[in-house]
Ligand binder design. Structure first.
Ligand code: PHE
Length: 335
């Protein structure tokens, strides 16, 4: 038996020596050390040998087993080290690039807008996107059958429940529940049944409202000048055009000088030299009636602007749908 063990060792060593592919190692291990391997079959003869010899044979074969296991793992390391350069693991290589997301361009613009108004002493509030008819229309002085309801195409859930068509209902909710004075902006999603290069069925507005004793149109102009000048640069001219909204009186639409052509006239401003940027006005006394504020005590102004519109002007984006297509080639330009 001792001879057999010696013979096994010799044969193992020469087999191991010749072996060059890592995948053959397991084969060799099974052949020598497996449950039906060559060592096992030698050990089966243990019962036939002199009982006095058994302990020595036992320890000899244990030693051989350990030897073979150690040789196998040494060979594994050896083969690993000799692998061709291309397949070897080069721990000094830089890691694979992880593609990181970034803040969406609309949120970047929104954060910038919010920052400006926070610095002007406004606080940020929000309201529900699913609104009732009362807050979206009625309390904003847009009664049933009023032609102003045709100004917007509304998504209705039922006669009374709808997706808000503007952020102005937040004005109502804030005045219903807050103590005066009120100085807020309300950013958020709004919905209108409309879709083309400059209209999306879902878009974002920022509503502004300042109600306090002695607030005048001059305050409105001051705040908007400050805002536009921080956002687009100090030399941009503004123009207040008389307009109409049922919930403000007087009302105005504000244009800023075209940033593309500096007012000379171009495709962006349709040769007018001006870009419409927001709607605004003094809160209509009718509206105070709905929220229990005495119009003899306070006055206020409100404005509403489109975040997509601001972003499109600021970054010369010509199709509103790009914001929502989620094409990384577009989005990564702003990361
Ligand atoms: N809510 C108006 C709109 O969506 C904008 C606006 C807000 C106008 C506040 C005046 C005052 O068109």
């Amino acid at each position: 038996m001792e001879k057999q063990l010696e013979e096994l060792k010799r044969s193992f060593c020469s087999d191991l020596e010749r072996l060059s592919k890592p995948e053959d190692l397991e084969q060799l291990r099974i052949q020598y050390l497996g449950r039906k391997g060559r060592l096992t079959s030698i050990l089966r003869q243990m019962g036939q040998i002199d009982p006095g010899e058994r302990p020595r044979m036992g320890s000899l074969s244990n030693a051989l087993k350990t030897f073979m296991e150690e040789e196998l793992s040494r060979k594994i390391e050896d083969l690993g080290r000799r692998e061709p350069a291309g397949e070897a693991l080069d721990v000094t290589l830089p890691g694979r690039n992880v593609r990181r997301g970034s803040i969406h361009i609309l949120n970047q613009v929104l954060f910038e807008l919010q920052e400006i108004f926070l610095n002007l002493g406004f606080t940020i509030v929000s309201g529900p996107e699913v609104e009732d008819d009362y807050h979206n229309f009625e309390a904003l002085n847009i009664p049933e059958h009023h032609p102003a309801r045709d100004m917007q195409d509304t998504f209705y859930f039922s006669r009374d429940v709808l997706l808000r068509t503007h952020t102005s209902p937040v004005q109502i909710r804030v005045m219903e529940t807050s103590d005066l004075p009120v100085r807020i902006i309300a950013p958020g999603k709004v919905y209108r049944c409309d879709s083309d290069v400059s209209h999306s069925p879902m878009f974002h507005q920022v509503e502004g409202l300042w109600v306090e004793e002695g607030i005048s149109f001059a305050h409105l102009k001051g705040v908007l000048y400050e805002f536009i000048h921080i956002l687009f640069g100090p030399d941009i001219p503004l123009r207040f055009r008389p307009s109409f909204f049922p919930f403000t009186e007087p009302s105005a639409e504000v244009d800023m000088g075209c940033i593309s052509c500096k007012g000379r006239g171009c495709r962006v401003c349709k040769n007018s030299g001006w870009l419409e940027i927001l709607g605004c006005g003094m809160v209509d006394p009718q509206v105070y009636g709905f929220v229990g504020i005495d119009p003899e005590q306070v006055t206020g102004f409100a404005f509403g602007l489109g975040v997509e519109r601001v972003a499109m002007l600021k970054y010369a984006i010509d199709d509103i749908r790009l914001f929502f297509d989620n094409d990384v080639r577009f989005l990564s330009q702003f990361s």
